[in-house]
Design a protein around this ligand. Sequence first.
Ligand SMILES: [Zn+2]
Ligand SMILES: [Zn+2]
Length: 369
Amino acid sequence: MKTRAAIIERVGGPISIKELELEPPRAGEVLVKVSAAGICRSDWQVCVGTTPHPLPAALGHEGAGTVEATGAEVNHVAPGDQVILSWAPACGTCFYCERERPGLCEVFDRTIWHGMMADGTPRLSLCGAPVYQYCALGCFAERVVVAASSCVRLPVGVPAPVGALIGCCVTTGVGAVLNTARVAPGSSVAILGAGGVGLSILLGAQLAGAHPIMVVDKLRSRTSLAQALGATHSLPAAPDIADDIRARTHGRGADYVFDATGIPALQEACLDAARPGGTVVLSGLAPVGSATNLPGAIITRKEKTIKGSYYGSAVPQRDFVQYARWYCDGKLNLDPLLSRSYGLDEVNEAYQDLRNGRIVRGMLSLEGD
Ligand SMILES: [Zn+2]
Ligand SMILES: [Zn+2]
């Protein structure tokens, strides 16, 4: 079958829309017609080479759609089901999967960064040559073949764009608060970066009962949105941001400081902004090969804890459904994260808008394609 998809053919090049050949799903795989796919910065890191990836690559890893066909041995979804796509197609049986840490699955980690399915082969091709699927999804496309474990049924009543958000930024942000940090009620929280992940951390901190919640970003449009969503303080990014945060936490620093930027200098500022005995949670993806200077002399003497949080330490089959239910119950206000819809052909414009700070989260709408 043919599918139109957004692919990157060389580092630094534009994203182009190509008609690709898509093989049918094999055992343990699912064909999904994509409804919505979010414009996340991680795909851009592939385009500029800060995330090394085999090319050409089909981009897109934050999506939702409708199951059209299933391969053998697929039991938990069927044609017609609405699904959220997980970019962590965990095996379910390895050391980490058995311990409810599917984001660390040893099996998918060996294959998806090569852009392949679990059996080590691609499903997409262009003129007979393989096209690799970013995050085993590549959902900037009309249709995708994905691992069955990437498919989580979307509860009725949740719009596809909201389902797509849950597939990456919401799970990454809310999960960093509830799963990784386990923020206690009444804790002070500071968040560096107010994009899709940072604002989701804000929403998670509210669910956890944190107070105060300080949000830092260089863009006023984003800090304004953070305040509209309930941040108690919105602070402009500045070299002395740690001083600003201490000034609002009795001079000590915040109980929890979250980095949603992946920028090493800001990750270092997080350590400074956390109180003695406090916790820094790194949830933004730093460029592969970069280094952050987090001095052991301070971590030891001030008993600070550094935690990495990858995909919000999520169990997608559990957490996606929980977040969708909270959305339906009005506990998780995700609609303001959606800035604008784009057609598949407008993907370059969407990334330009993201880089220029004109949107928090753009959403490719593929309904009707
Ligand atoms: Zn993402
Ligand atoms: Zn596993």
